[in-house]
Design a protein around this ligand. Structure first.
Ligand code: NAD
Length: 306
């Protein structure tokens, strides 16, 4: 099977590309390397260095005629979306529209979209399900929500199948200390530099941290399941930033000093995804708990166990 992965030089897209190759697919990565790296693209995948907003992307997809397009390329930084909402919308909305047009021209059967729990905003509930209203509180959440709607309506009008996966906070090897949900990578980066992690606010804010291998598995499950569905891809468990630091302390074997800074604008207080619909429809659930995922990430990031 031929697949295209936009954003395949990034953190999640590169893990997904690896898994698709291992499953025997021909993988074409479309990425402008704005936050991704050439070195992340696995050997065996073809890198097309192009912006998802460009006519080049259209030509590439029309030329390779992929059966599935995994659309992960994005402006994925909440704080940047607040600083420059126009650029965020340009990449995440116009870019998605261009990828949708390319899917049509290239005869793709399906698009699988990397959405986010940020579309929900502050729902004010313990667990957020797909039935809850999506009212984003950042421009990033809004641009992703808008892209979802374009995909849904595109599906209705043009018959393009889709699965929208709303990821929790993804972490794992190769994540850089920037972008969305990067707190694990930020903390590991501080530790690598023998510096103290900075906790914004009181550290009791919680997130649904999901290991990158589980997100890859959800994407693979969406190959043949989840037609025209929008599904949460999370663990269903909440982990606070303070708990995260405790897990890192366990890996490190010594206490970790921390610094405190004010809470950040646009940050959601609590975020935990109800994963039951994905379990039923995709027959997928997260296999890694926070302890296992953090340990694997720690070992691959700080191999010398400093
Ligand atoms: P990432 O920044 O590592 O990957 C994004 C990739 O897209 C990069 O390789 C970048 O170079 C590429 N890209 C950006 N703009 C582009 C453009 N205009 N044209 C072509 N390529 C472009 O981020 P990631 O964490 O791997 O995120 C992948 C996807 O998952 C994004 O859509 C993001 O919104 C979504 N997501 C991530 C998380 C998370 O916790 N990391 C959570 C929810 C959703």
């Amino acid at each position: 099977m031929i697949v295209a992965v936009t954003g395949g030089a990034g953190f999640i897209g590169s893990h997904l590309s690896e898994a698709l190759l291992a499953a025997g697919s021909a993988v074409h990565v479309i990425d402008n390397l704005s936050s991704g790296y050439r070195a992340n693209v696995p050997a065996g995948a073809v890198l097309h260095e192009a912006d998802i907003r460009s006519s080049e992307t259209r030509a590439v997809i029309a030329g390779i005629r992929p059966e599935i397009v995994y659309h992960l390329a994005a402006q994925a930084d909440v704080q940047r979306s607040i600083a420059d909402p126009a650029e965020d919308a340009s990449v995440n909305v116009e870019g998605t529209l261009n990828v949708l047009a390319a899917c049509r021209e290239g005869g793709a059967r399906k698009i699988v979209f990397a959405s986010t729990s940020a579309v929900y905003g502050n729902v004010g509930k313990e667990v957020v399900s797909e039935r809850d209203k999506a009212e984003p509180v950042s421009f990033y959440g809004l641009s992703k929500r808008t892209a979802e709607q374009y995909i849904r309506i595109y599906g209705q009008l043009h018959g393009l199948d889709y699965t929208i996966l709303r990821y929790g906070n993804v972490y794992g090897p190769r994540q850089t200390p920037k972008g969305e949900g990067g707190v694990v990578a930020v903390f590991l980066d501080r530790l690598r530099q023998a510096d103290s992690p900075v906790v914004h606010g009181d550290g009791e804010q919680t997130r649904d941290f999901v290991y990158v291998k589980d997100i890859v598995a959800a994407n693979l499950a969406a190959l043949n399941r989840g037609a025209r569905e929008t599904l949460n891809a999370g663990t269903g468990r909440a982990t606070s930033v303070n708990e995260l630091l405790r897990l890192l302390e366990q890996c490190r074997g010594v206490p970790i000093a921390r610094r405190h800074a004010p809470a950040r604008a646009g940050d959601i207080r609590h975020s935990r995804l109800d994963p039951r619909r994905a379990r039923r429809i995709l027959r997928w659930s997260a296999a890694y708990d926070a302890i296992a995922g953090i340990a694997e990430t720690y070992v691959s990031t700080l191999p010398s166990n400093r």
